[in-house]
Write a protein that binds this ligand. Structure first.
Ligand SMILES: *[C@@H]1O[C@H](CO)[C@@H](O)[C@H](O)[C@H]1NC(C)=O
Ligand SMILES: *[C@@H]1O[C@H](CO)[C@@H](O)[C@H](O)[C@H]1NC(C)=O
Ligand SMILES: *[C@@H]1O[C@H](CO)[C@@H](O)[C@H](O)[C@H]1NC(C)=O
Ligand SMILES: *[C@@H]1O[C@H](CO)[C@@H](O)[C@H](O)[C@H]1NC(C)=O
Length: 437
């Protein structure tokens, strides 16, 4: 500083404010640039990419479901960031969440004495077809009917005339003790199957719509494909944001692109808390496959795979992680589904790597009953809608599921009605014949 002459100091003093302005301008520009980049503001909205075979049903569906062919427009400022959509869903679920009133049902499982629970919500008005239709819903990993996104969807479905039954994943409900040393796993369909049996039995006239969110999508697709009889009385199935193949997802979950390793860490933290809340029961019950060593291994886990390896696979006695993922992924069953099937994923879902989307893509190309809808934005289970900043209570996802199922219900109704008409005609002709004869 001593080298500076008076004159230099003087000009510096004059230039400083200008320099500060320049720095400020550069800072603002940098922040704007980062914002635009992170918030992905430059990305344009587009209609979902639809993959399907050209059949009368899919033509009818694409005509009756404008949401599938129109642009999905996320909130302007943050909705194009898959991370913000996912974070908002993960932290808040939904905004202004309604509280539908249901009845909790308890089902003893014949397999091992576990107690499955689900919540039953009656329809708030008649369905537009006049039929009795029940949505059987499987939530995401470790989730239950009290989660905000489930309550939002259930309330909306009830208002459209659907009865809803929501599975609470085994061990997911707070304050509900396990009655056997087992929790839900990524593909175990026992509890979901028990719930569906209960519904079919209790409401002999009802038809079913099967809905799975995230991991629940894997469970429902495996359930339907596992046994043909599981598709009886099922009108259609919708799966949102699932990953299809656990074995394929496994590798991608350790990669850092899209911060997937971080999401893995956060999800693992939630799972760990859930399992540890049952650690006493898991340890003390007879015939438990879980040892103290497994629980201490669990404490050190930082990824879902470590948790699956130390705990989850043992609930069903799988000898390796690969066997667990192989046997419990829906990818080996989903092609056996013959009822109409809508698979929804988002391109900017930070949890589901794009390589996994080859499964629904090929399925929709090969099978006439499948429509695969891939949105540009939406994140993992976000799909928020809203003008600029504030999201609306209902999301694109809620609306598109109802639009699709409504369309299917009407299609089936018309089909049965024309069958009815035909048999009526036959009766008329028959009676005419008898009268005249
Ligand atoms: C349940 O859902 C929330 C999002 O609503 C998610 O953040 C969480 O990881 C899920 N699982 C568990 C075990 O809490
Ligand atoms: C399919 O389900 C029916 C009825 O529940 C059952 O009798 C049959 O054994 C099942 N088949 C298989 C292969 O699991
Ligand atoms: C658990 O095992 C102990 C002895 O091994 C036995 O006395 C007890 O009755 C068993 N409890 C149950 C619930 O089966
Ligand atoms: C019933 O009879 C009418 C004429 O009386 C005929 O046009 C129609 O095809 C018949 N329908 C059937 C199902 O036989």
């Amino acid at each position: 500083m001593t080298i500076l002459e008076d004159g230099d100091l003087h000009t510096l003093r004059q230039e400083l404010p200008a320099m500060f302005d320049g720095v400020k301008l550069a800072a603002v520009a940098t922040i704007l640039y980062i914002l635009v980049r992170c918030l992905n503001l430059k990305s344009s909205t587009a209609p979902p990419k639809i993959i399907n075979q050209d059949t009368p049903l899919s033509r009818y569906l694409l005509k009756s479901c404008p949401m599938l062919t129109k642009e999905y427009i996320p909130p302007l400022l943050w909705g194009k960031s898959g991370h913000l959509q996912t974070a908002l869903y993960g932290k808040m679920g939904r905004v202004n969440t309604p509280t539908p009133h249901g009845v909790r049902k308890f089902l003893p499982m014949l397999q091992d004495g576990a107690t499955a629970t689900f919540d039953l919500f009656e329809a708030l008005r008649d369905h537009s077809t006049g039929d009795d239709i029940t949505m059987v819903i499987c939530p995401g990993i470790g989730n239950h009917s009290e989660k905000n996104y489930i309550r939002t969807f259930v309330d909306y479905s009830q208002q459209q005339g659907y009865r809803c039954a929501v599975l609470n994943h085994l061990g997911a409900l707070p304050n509900m003790e396990l009655t056997s040393p087992r929790m839900f796993t990524c593909g175990c369909t026992w509890e979901f199957s028990a719930m569906v049996d209960y519904i079919k039995h209790t409401f002999p006239q009802t038809l079913l719509v099967v809905v799975g969110f995230s991991l629940g999508g894997n469970v429902v697709c495996k359930f339907l494909g596992e046994n043909r009889s599981n598709q009886e009385r099922v009108l259609c199935c919708v799966s949102v944001c699932q990953g299809y193949s656990a074995i394929g997802a496994q590798e991608t979950f350790l990669q850092w692109d899209q911060w997937r390793r971080l999401y893995n860490f956060v999800l693992a933290g939630n799972m760990k808390k859930l399992i540890l809340s049952h650690s006493e029961t898991l340890r003390s019950l007879n015939s438990s496959n879980i040892a103290d060593a497994d629980l201490s291994q669990l404490s050190a886990a930082t990824s879902l795979m470590q948790i699956d390896d130390s705990i989850m696979r043992k609930f069903h006695g799988y000898s390796s992680l690969n066997e667990y993922y192989e046997k419990e992924s829906c990818v080996h069953y989903i092609h056996k589904i013959t009822v109409p099937l809508l698979l929804v994923n988002s391109l900017d879902d930070p949890l589901v790597h794009q390589s996994l989307l080859a499964v629904p893509r090929t399925l929709a190309e090969k099978k006439p009953n499948v429509i695969f809808a891939l949105t540009q934005h939406g994140g993992h289970m976000g799909f928020f809608e809203g003008d600029v900043l504030f999201p609306e209570p209902l999301t694109w996802m809620d609306k598109v599921i109802i639009e699709y199922t409504d369309a299917i219900c009407h299609w089936e109704k018309k089909k049965n009605w024309s069958v009815c008409q035909r048999s009526n005609h036959r009766d008329t002709n028959f009676s005419e014949a008898t009268h005249s004869g």
